[in-house]
Design a protein around this ligand. Structure first.
Ligand SMILES: O=c1ccn([C@H]2C[C@H](O)[C@@H](CO)O2)c(=O)[nH]1
Ligand SMILES: [Zn+2]
Length: 169
């Protein structure tokens, strides 16, 4: 019976909070792009701006997206889905890592349930690291992060364990 749970989405690593300065340059770059694209968020209804990025496996290219709201609310897209939809439509289907940048003073902003499932669709059995940072007040595109800023290092299998997934055989 063990084979039935063998492909269950179990995290490759536990969640960890580290400092921005301790991260590899490619992860810092992913977070910087998320900070920058967040500035383009169309969020007149919630006033809550989010930026998300995913690094494609094929060429190491960064795909970025912001949240795009609508006066009718339901048609809104989160930043994570904007970024992934852009990537898929450009031909990328595999990703090395993702990043999310938003600002709530006392909590990391992690992807919503819909986005977790959306990200899971494009994740291999090996999990996908997701880095979450705050766009702190007063920070600008010139200096988005300080070395001592906290970054949550999580992954889609931490965020969405034992997720629904169909395997194309
Ligand atoms: O991880 C998240 C959480 C929220 N939002 C958006 C949806 C909506 O536009 C606004 C407030 O929920 O933030 C995202 O883009 N990503
Ligand atoms: Zn979402």
């Amino acid at each position: 019976m063990a084979h039935l749970i063998k492909r269950f989405a179990t995290p490759s690593k536990p969640e960890l909070v580290v400092t921005y300065g301790s991260l590899d340059a490619d992860v810092q770059e992913l977070l910087l792009s998320a900070f920058t694209v967040r500035l383009r968020a169309y969020a007149p209804y919630s006033n809550f701006k989010v930026g998300a990025t995913f690094r494609g496996k094929a060429r190491g290219e960064i795909f970025s997206g912001c949240n795009v709201e609508n006066s009718c609310f339901s048609p809104s897209s989160c930043a994570e889905r904007t970024a992934l939809t852009k990537a898929i439509s450009e031909g990328e289907r595999e990703f090395l890592a993702g990043a999310v940048v938003a600002y709530q003073p006392d909590v990391f902003t992690t992807p919503c349930g819909v986005c977790r499932q959306f990200i899971r669709e494009f994740t291999s059995d090996n999990d996908m690291p997701i880095y979450v940072a705050q766009a702190r007040e007063g920070r600008t595109a010139e200096t988005p992060f300080a070395n001592e800023d906290p970054v949550l290092c999580t992954s889609i299998f931490n965020l969405l364990p034992n997720s629904f997934h169909t395997y194309q055989i």
